[in-house]
Design a protein around this ligand. Structure first.
Ligand code: PLP
Length: 446
């Protein structure tokens, strides 16, 4: 098979990229050899930036309780935590009056916002969204639409009261960017607020709340090269200040008094109202350092990913029977996209292909419906490959031309000749049988 691939990515751009931990990781293959790991699964979770690892190392000797201790280390940890809020605020171009609430991830942030909506809020969201943006909205005032063209009509029939539109920055299935500013403009005409799910956009492009004219942004640290358990909700403070705390407990309270028959509680009015329990200062600091690092390298990141994405899409296009999925090709044909490509291969089980790519070629991709079941099924259908599961390759800072070429060549050979090893389904997942690949000692059975 001949591969039509664009010219190589120039070295000076790659050299300007921030380094990630594990870039030289090697993984075992079923034939007993080892190869450098080709991580093509950044959209699920990205590796840790070296700057983030170093910052966490630097913080750990000072690690202590946040907002709770008089000790010097506690004060340092508190400063670090509050500094992280300011960094997040700048990272997304937030308004001075916006609040920054640290959460566990995007899912947590969207659930928090859903709980904080005024009782009569109408919500309009797209049915192709990731489940994190699809499922938290409940009740009779929730409307699900399939296209940007239907937004105006959906908002027009919303009852009076507050309104919220949920929009995704970049699809986790196809990498395609949504016309967020256009969505926001329509929302504004109907007095609706907008929440931007930036889980997939923020690791690849600058996000600017004010330029996009959205009200809230949610994101996850583990997709932003900061895998230490923090995410964030940034946006308008009023609904959050008025809502019941997301969790109740220490940290969310200004005062608790015993009134005999009941406890009188006055809740904090700042972001800590929704951050009950001991804050994750390591995660918040890691996330902030990742934001600062990415912010210094946007041009190089965009150039690196664009060149690799062109190479990947051209290479995949030459694999016989392979269909790439697209949400917007018909509505926004020249649309911009981040480095995420999902595809199906005629007559091949995506789970088996993913297992063979890992076991025989040292390549990590994702197979399944990507927590976007409706979108994946619909896209497979319109690509002429009906089914429920696809394969996804996603690029990021750890990706190289060699990874892309290896994937394309491996897929070509799997399509032509099939796997060279035996595989069986174990608990619904294709697994090499036998699987002689040794786990590192720390991951071996206890
Ligand atoms: N939104 C999008 C577009 C995603 O891709 C993801 C995760 O893949 C999420 C939300 C949920 O992110 P998390 O699992 O970090 O909560």
């Amino acid at each position: 098979m001949t591969l039509a691939v664009p010219r190589p990515v120039s070295d000076p751009v790659s050299a300007a990229l921030p380094a990630v931990v594990g870039a030289r990781l090697t993984v075992p293959l079923v034939d007993g050899s080892r190869v450098p790991y080709a991580n093509l699964d950044h959209a699920a979770s990205a590796p840790c930036l070296e700057t983030v690892r170093d910052a966490v190392d630097e913080l750990l000797p000072w690690y202590a309780s946040v907002h709770r201790g008089a000790g010097f280390a506690s004060q340092v940890s508190t400063k670090v935590y509050e500094r992280a809020r300011e960094v997040l605020r700048r990272f997304v171009g937030a308004r001075r009056t916006d609040t920054v609430v640290f959460t566990r991830n995007t899912t947590d942030a969207l659930n928090l916002l859903a709980r904080a909506l005024p009782r009569t809020t109408s919500v309009v969201h797209f049915d192709t969204d990731h489940h994190a943006a699809l499922l938290p909205w409940r009740g009779p005032r929730v409307r699900r639409i399939s296209s940007v063209a239907s937004l105006d009509a959906a908002l027009r029939v919303c009852p009076t009261g507050p309104r919220l539109v949920v929009v995704t920055g970049a699809s986790n299935v196809t990498g395609e960017l949504w016309p967020v500013a256009d969505v926001a403009a329509v929302a504004r005409q109907h007095g609706a607020r907008v929440v931007l799910d930036a889980a997939q956009l923020a690791p690849h492009r600058p996000v600017d709340i004010r330029a996009l004219d959205v009200d809230y942004v949610v994101l996850s640290g583990h997709k932003l090269y900061a895998p230490f358990g923090a995410g964030a909700l940034v946006g308008r403070a009023d609904w959050l200040r008025a809502a019941d705390p997301y969790l109740v407990g220490g940290g969310a309270t200004a005062l608790v008094a015993d009134r005999g028959s009941h406890l009188a509680v006055s809740w904090s009015t700042g972001p800590e109202r929704h951050e009950a329990g001991t804050p994750n200062v390591v995660g918040a600091h890691a996330l902030a350092v990742a934001c600062e690092t990415l912010g210094r390298h946007w041009d190089a990141i965009a150039e690196h990913e664009r060149a690799l994405l062109d190479r990947l899409r051209a290479g995949l296009a030459a694999v016989p029977g392979l269909r790439q999925l697209s949400l917007h090709e018909s509505s926004f044909p020249s649309g911009d996209r981040v480095g995420v490509v999902s595809f199906a291969v005629a007559g091949r089980d995506p789970g088996l292909l993913a297992a063979a790519l890992s076991a025989e070629h040292g390549i990590g991709v994702r197979d399944g419906a990507f927590c976007a079941h409706i979108a994946t099924r619909r896209l497979l259908e319109s690509a002429g490959a009906p089914g429920t599961r696809a394969l996804r390759a996603s690029l990021g800072l750890a990706s190289t031309e060699e990874h892309v070429d290896r994937l394309v060549t491996a897929l070509g050979s799997l399509v032509e000749r099939g796997p060279r090893w035996h595989y069986a389904q174990v608990d619904g997942r294709w697994t090499p049988t036998p699987d002689p690949r040794p786990l590192p000692p720390f991951a071996s059975a206890a």
